[in-house]
Design a protein around this ligand. Sequence first.
Ligand code: NAD
Length: 502
Amino acid sequence: MSTLDQNLAKLSGYLERFRETGIPNRIGGKDVMGQGGVFDTISPVDKSKICEVAHGTAEDIDAAAMAAAASFPAWRDMPAIERRKILIDVAEAIEARAEEIALCECWDTGQTIRFMSKAALRGAENFRYFADQVVQARDGQHIKSPTLMNITTRLPIGPVGVITPWNTPFMLSTWKIAPALASGCTVVHKPAEASPLSARLLVEIAEEAGLPPGVLNTVNGFGEGAGKALTEHKAIKAIAFVGESRTGSTITKQGADTLKRMHLELGGKNPVIVFDDSDLDRALDAAIFMIYSINGERCTSSSRLLVQDTIRAEFEEKLIARVNNIKVGHPLDPATEIGPLISQEHYDKVASYFDIAKQDGATVAAGGVTVGDAGFFVRPTLFTDANNQMRIAQEEIFGPVLTSIPFSTEEEALEIANDIDYGLTAYVWTNDLTRALRFTDKLEAGMIWVNSENVRHLPTPFGGVKSSGIGRDGGDWSFEFYMEQKHIGFATGQHKIMQLGK
Ligand code: NAD
């Protein structure tokens, strides 16, 4: 039996119960189908129905927000060491069910098993890392002034909403939910409608590992219904959102009446800049990895290649050979490098750029075609002879599609790199240290890697500038978002108090 067949057999076992019962909302530790009926979730691999999912409404969000509010005081006041233990237990429980999570995630999203098996474990790591910070999270500062002992403390902000997209949903959800829980917040999670499976597994695993009922609630549904209601709910004190820049703008408006604190992780159109003095083989490996892994459905993908004209011909030639060699196939086959895109709508959007590129005068140097019609498969694609004004250079395609743009000087490279609405990540390849320092100083991006692909290190800040987001995740930055600072001043001496009405 091939590994693919073994994986399919295991998956079938894991999905059986979902087929029977569907995916309910999880509110206050109870399964609730709600009043909104159900919607079908389908697999992008073969367009088959996976199961029915509760269609969450504003009433379901209200019930979940009330459950999160009711469970907040006990969770907030739990001794940090106990909260830490529960979160470590969740991490271990995720590891124990990592295979199930990875297989379900692949079937639900089209992501490949070679990447999702790692993403499930990264979800566990997110819990473990933030669990270890719990004990210090409330530590404030003592700032003495001449007549006051000034104490600052940090307290969890309250129940929070977490709204996540469909690309690597398990990893992204844990990245938000773990620090929120570690801070002492309770959570209402609204997963993306296209990928509800792993969010269900997460809440189930967390409760089985000891998370009290109501501390994490999951309401499925669509953005304009459940998502909107969550951003508008009075009991919800903050929203951690990951998704498109346009949606980030919409939910900021929706949250305005209740003065929601917002953390927005949004889109990207990230440049990888390759100078002719760099290690070209490593630059090639990294450029390919950062756009064609995870189906190119990744916010940090290096979707614009800026290559110096002195090495352009050689670099593009090698690139074309490699891109044509990438294996598109069944996501549960360990040999597969690219699986199907998430949905018909997204597949249509990505495929539309094949014509847009030609109309704008670029060359389709590799790919540019769809693959069969059984699922939402496209060939990895490379556009050359492009300039930075073309739509393929300015718009987030969010698929395995790379646009190559030549430059001649460092100044020109900088101008092209920054001439974009987005500012999430950038990747710079050069062996000239002075140039690297000068260039990264001027690059408009929240995160930059020099001579490296994106390597996420949890203590470092993650987030974007410009239309790519507001706020940072990681390390203490996550606690800053989910907690409030409180200042308390104690008089230690006497200062002159202004006297009125005396
Ligand atoms: P999306 O914005 O369409 O949806 C994201 C989530 O928001 C979904 O759960 C959706 O139901 C919900 N939503 C939609 N409208 C809403 C509304 N009016 N109110 C409340 N919730 C609403 O994004 P997507 O297509 O699911 O994901 C792809 C996008 O996510 C890309 O732009 C990608 O760059 C971005 N992304 C960013 C990061 C990052 O860290 N910066 C990471 C992953 C993905």
